[in-house]
Design a protein around this ligand. Structure first.
Ligand code: GLY
Length: 320
């Protein structure tokens, strides 16, 4: 009788505890609230363009490409695509990369005379056995793929370059126009992540200079199991710290997108000392749940987010 009682009690305990465990959300459970796109800086038209793709059931890779293309075609923006400020020799050269949910990536560096660098980067990813094409080779590939060739130096940017040439004083400007590199990250309704990044690089840079934006791991990184990150600001500092890869690895270790961006900025601050007064770096990140974060060294950086609740430009917190 006693044995039967003890057995029944054990059985009841096992069933009770199993039921309790079954009711608890599993630690790794992903609670995904729907498609989201985020972009560096105040880019409401770009995030709207990207979100329209997501809202109609499109993929994250199509969304980020569409958003970046819109900014590349915007001649008023002087740091991306057509109308970008040239290097010190008067040449506009574009850098871009893209990364999909399967871990594929493509990039172009020092691309001349083709507006949609992000789309050329996507073609590199999808149509070649390579990850990155540079300079004349990148342009030749773009032409072969049917991209139109045009002069990217607008009258306004030419005039600004002429003015700069009077002194030729070179110093990157923090938060130039509040609109630097465009980095975009998206998660689609299937829960798949992608990202893209496009820029004309630093105004009046040395001929041949390449920044972080086309460098996978520095300007952009996507891991569909974990999250994605992209960067803006002084590319040299982002490359030295492999900023976007660092943020994704921190999220893999359990950090939120916000915490991961803050740690990555702190890493750059710690390694740069007093020099941080002379440059800006900003990061944005998105995880598998659709949670996002952003952080910069200096105030002035912002993130634009479009999800089901609408399109919003949010000032980013910063170290300073
Ligand atoms: N972050 C853009 C560049 O440094 O070229």
């Amino acid at each position: 009788m006693t044995d039967v009682f003890i057995y029944a009690k054990r059985l009841f305990s096992i069933i009770f505890i199993s039921t309790l465990i079954g009711c608890q959300p599993k630690a790794e459970e992903v609670i995904f609230k729907g498609p989201v796109v985020i972009g560096t800086w105040n880019v409401p038209e770009a995030t709207t363009e990207a979100y329209q793709v997501l809202a109609s059931g499109g993929s994250a890779i199509d969304a980020v490409e569409a958003g970046c293309r819109l900014e590349e075609a915007n001649e008023q923006g002087q740091s991306v695509g057509k109308g970008g400020l040239p290097d010190r020799d008067g040449q506009v050269t574009l850098d871009a990369c893209i990364m999909d949910s399967k871990g594929n990536s493509g990039a172009v560096v020092y691309l001349k005379d083709v507006v949609h660098a992000v789309s050329v980067a996507r073609k590199v990813m999808e149509e070649t056995p390579h990850v990155m094409l540079a300079g004349a080779g990148a342009k030749q590939f773009a032409i072969e793929q049917g991209f139109p060739v045009e002069n990217l130096l607008t009258e306004r940017s030419k005039a600004d370059w002429g003015k700069w040439n009077e002194t030729s004083f070179y110093k990157p400007i923090i938060n130039i126009e509040n609109h630097d590199t465009i980095g975009m990250l998206a998660i689609d309704e299937n829960g798949d992540l992608s990202g893209a990044c496009t820029t004309s690089g630093l105004a009046y840079k040395m001929a041949g200079r390449v920044g972080d934006s086309p460098i996978i791991g520095a300007g952009l990184y996507v891991d569909n199991k974990v999250g994605a990150a992209t960067a803006t600001g002084l590319g040299e500092e982002i490359v030295k710290n492999v900023g976007s890869f660092l943020i994704v690895e921190l999220m893999r270790q359990g950090k939120s997108p916000q915490e991961a961006c803050e740690i990555a900025v702190q890493r750059i601050v710690d390694r740069s000392g007093d020099r941080i007064k002379d440059f800006q770096v900003g990061f944005i990140a998105l995880n598998k749940k659709g949670e996002y974060g952003s952080f910069a060294i200096h105030p002035g950086f912002s993130i634009t987010k479009h999800d089901v609740s609408g399109n919003e430009n949010i000032p980013s917190p910063s170290y300073n």
